[in-house]
Design a protein around this ligand. Structure first.
Ligand SMILES: [Zn+2]
Length: 413
């Protein structure tokens, strides 16, 4: 890939600041500043908007499949888990190799603008796959499945996992109060008893949070992850998000797996906006939503020194979309798959409109030595794109394994 280039004359959203007709220079996979390069300058115009590439803070790549599974509303996640594991969709998913399901989850995220995913699953499951995927999957985390007596016992238990997180300065991540039974509703109390609440704690769901729980989460400066699509599908209820935001808690939005969540992060943010309007009769601002898929998750995951915003010295993880309205934040929140124009990870283009393939010499390399050959052309909702790897081969393999022409709407190829 080119060691130095710039992308110019477009709107750049850092996301704290908006620069019009701006340039961003990339050198050796990092952002080197807001100026044009003397080497290669890709000139665009103000019909394009640049953001930091998105971070999906909560997914289960191992659970990537379609359609959704469940027959709620449930009292907690446990009866859903029984429905999941006895479902014909689950059996069909299991006809595929785990690595292929991981690839499918990576492509789901990539084509919606995401280069970084937190895969909530024990290390022993995702360790063999992470380095072979086209996107970045967070390696540094500790976890629990959740903290009730009947949880799935992922990891080494709250005390050991949390201590490990603090020692390594990495996040301790757990589902919490994903239900309304007596045990679920004690989630925050249980974590407080274990001294496992701090800025290193990431709490997912919290649909059972009481006002007191929210106070406690704020007091310890723990991070919160909102998955409205999954919550509404399983429980017909979601967390008291306005109260959580009013307390100044660091909130990010995650998709959860497509077994219960929205199709991808773009659909999830649209759904979040809709749910908020239904709950409170007012709009959650697009500016706030953009923070929840860029800055806020980078802070929660302790990667904000290298990712989450466009700043000199950070990794060049870049998303460029087509502008849909005057407000660039609204353009992102209302973006559809076909509006994703270019995605770059550490300076390397992974996906985008076919016209960008020329700037990066994709498909033109003939020395056979670099990785420029590892791309293919696909059509997403009628738009021609280049993409890293071969999702066409993946879909062919999945269709062969399941024995019919499986259609997957989060990878519509
Ligand atoms: Zn989850």
């Amino acid at each position: 890939m080119k060691p130095e280039y710039s992308i110019s004359s477009l709107t750049v959203v850092t996301p704290d600041k908006i620069y019009d007709k701006a340039s961003l220079k990339v050198v050796n996979g990092k952002i080197s500043g807001f100026e044009a390069s003397d080497e290669v300058d890709i000139k665009l115009d103000d019909t394009y908007v640049m953001f930091p590439a998105l971070i999906n803070i909560h997914d289960h790549l191992f659970g990537t499949y379609y359609p959704k599974i469940g027959n709620g509303p449930y009292i907690c996640w446990l009866p859903w888990d029984y429905d999941l594991k006895s479902s014909p969709v689950y059996s069909e998913r299991n006809k595929n190799e785990p690595f292929d399901i991981y690839l499918l989850g990576s492509y789901k995220n990539l084509i919606s603008g995401v280069t970084t995913v937190q895969d909530h699953i024990p290390h022993k499951i995702n360790d063999p796959f992470i380095d072979k995927l086209p996107i970045r999957v967070i390696k540094d985390y500790t976890l629990s499945h959740e903290v009730s007596a009947y949880d799935l016992k992922w990891g080494d238990g709250v005390d050991i996992e949390y201590e490990r997180a603090i020692r390594k300065k990495i996040p301790y991540i757990t589902h919490i109060e994903e239900g309304f039974d007596v045990e679920s509703l004690r989630g925050i109390e249980i974590l407080e008893e274990h001294n496992a609440l701090s800025e290193y704690t990431i709490l997912i769901h919290g649909i059972g949070f009481s006002d007191e729980d929210i106070e406690t989460v704020a007091k310890y400066r723990a991070n919160f992850v909102w998955c409205p699509g999954s919550n509404m599908f399983m429980f017909n209820r979601t967390a008291k998000i306005k109260d959580i935001l009013d307390k100044g808690i660091n909130v990010s939005i995650g998709t959860d797996s497509p077994a219960t969540g929205e199709l991808n992060i773009l659909e999830e943010v649209k759904f979040a906006k809709k749910v908020y309007r239904n709950m409170y009769g007012e709009d959650l601002s697009d500016r706030v939503i953009v923070d929840m898929i860029t800055k806020n998750p980078s802070k929660a995951l302790k990667i904000d020194k290298i990712l989450g915003s466009l700043e000199e010295g950070k990794l060049a993880d870049i998303l460029i979309i087509k502008r849909k309205s005057d407000d660039p934040y609204s353009s992102l929140v209302s973006a559809e798959l076909q509006d994703i124009s270019l995605i770059i990870m550490e300076g390397k283009p992974l996906y985008g409109d076919l016209k960008f393939s020329e700037y990066f010499d994709i498909f033109n390399s003939d020395d056979g030595k670099n990785d420029d050959k590892n791309y293919e052309k696909i059509s997403i909702n009628g738009c021609d794109k280049f993409i890293v790897g071969s999702p066409k081969t993946l879909m062919k393999k999945i269709r062969k394994n399941v024995g019919y022409k499986k259609e997957i709407p989060f990878l519509p190829i």
